[in-house]
Structures are given as structure tokens and as C-alpha cells.
Design a protein around this ligand. Structure first.
Ligand SMILES: [Cu+2]
Length: 178
């Protein structure tokens, strides 16, 4: 019975689409990458830039997720082609990206809350980074909890820490398998 439930969840994870998804009895792992393209680009991308000065077209992003059976989840971010020395704020957001930067909705929160005090790196997935002198950057975040179905769908790059302005967005097949 338990095995049947697990198998169903794995299928759901695999159907989430994109990248490399591996649902196994050991958990869920996924890695996906893309090059940014502006809204309305001839060749659309899962990675959309709204501000090509901060996130240039053709800048690269990779996001990986590893979730263990117990639910502990690590999310990794790697980027290249960003503005050297610039500090970006990055979060996992609830909805897929769209032409409108607001399409990605709010942050994924482990404990859903409207209290600003719950907007923390403990209750959310933050992947802030500062690009190195070559424009590359990376970050990772680990939590004891997992995503919930349909509540984590993208990674949003904000123009700087503390800013709500969305410079770019990457639609990611996050999983919620056991
Ligand atoms: Cu955000």
C-alpha cells in the first residue's frame, strides 16, 4: 500500500516536465538549465529576463533539487553571464513565470503566512548570490521539509537583496515526491 502511494507520487514528479527528473524510492532529484531570453523572444525559453541590463539575454541558469525520503530538501542554483560583482536576491516562487513579472506569484513558504516576520530564509527557499568577476554565481539552501504540490514552480531573480523588483524568472519542475 505504501509502495503504491510512492509510485504514484513518482509518476507525478516525472510528469512535472523539463530537465532531468529522477523519482526513485530514495526520494526525488531534478536538474534543469536554460539560457535567458527576453519576453516575446522568437525562441521562447523557460528562463525569462525582464531586465536585460541585470540579467542579460543568453545568461545561463541551472537549478537542481534533491529531496530525500524523509523530506529534507536541498535546492542548488548556478548561473553564468550575470553582472560581475552584483548582488542578486533569489527565491523559489509559487507559480510558473509569465510575460508579466507578477505571474510567478509569491514565495513558497513552508509555513504559509501573511506575517512579514515569516519572510525568512528558514521559512522560504532563498538562493541569494553575488556574481564573481566573470559573472558566475552559485548558491544552495537546505531545509528539513519538502515542497507541497503546485506551490513551488519557479525561481525569481530580484534586482538586489531587499528589492521586490523582478529582474528575471525561471520556470522549474520542482517535485514533492516522498
Ligand atoms: Cu522573490
Amino acid at each position: 500500500m505504501v509502495a503504491g502511494i510512492c509510485a504514484g507520487a513518482v509518476v507525478a514528479a516525472l510528469l512535472a516536465g523539463g530537465g532531468t527528473n529522477t523519482g526513485t524510492p530514495d526520494g526525488y532529484s531534478m536538474r534543469t538549465d536554460a539560457r535567458f531570453a527576453p519576453v516575446g523572444a522568437l525562441v521562447p525559453s523557460a528562463a525569462v529576463t525582464y531586465d536585460t541590463k541585470l540579467v542579460p539575454a543568453a545568461a545561463w541558469i541551472e537549478v537542481g533539487q534533491r529531496t530525500t525520503v524523509g523530506g529534507a530538501t536541498t535546492v542548488r542554483l548556478r548561473v553564468d553571464g550575470m553582472v560581475p560583482g552584483h548582488a542578486y536576491a533569489v527565491h523559489v516562487h509559487q507559480k510558473p513565470c509569465g510575460a508579466d513579472p507578477a505571474a510567478a506569484g509569491g514565495h513558497f513558504q513552508h509555513k504559509p503566512s501573511t506575517d512579514p516576520a515569516d519572510v525568512t530564509a528558514d521559512n522560504e527557499v532563498w538562493l541569494d548570490f553575488t556574481a564573481d568577476e566573470h559573472g558566475a554565481g552559485e548558491a544552495s539552501a537546505r531545509h528539513d521539509w519538502n515542497f507541497r504540490e503546485g506551490e513551488a514552480s519557479s525561481v525569481v531573480i530580484h534586482e538586489m537583496p531587499g528589492s521586490k523588483v523582478r529582474a528575471a524568472c525561471f520556470t522549474v519542475p520542482f517535485g514533492w515526491a516522498p
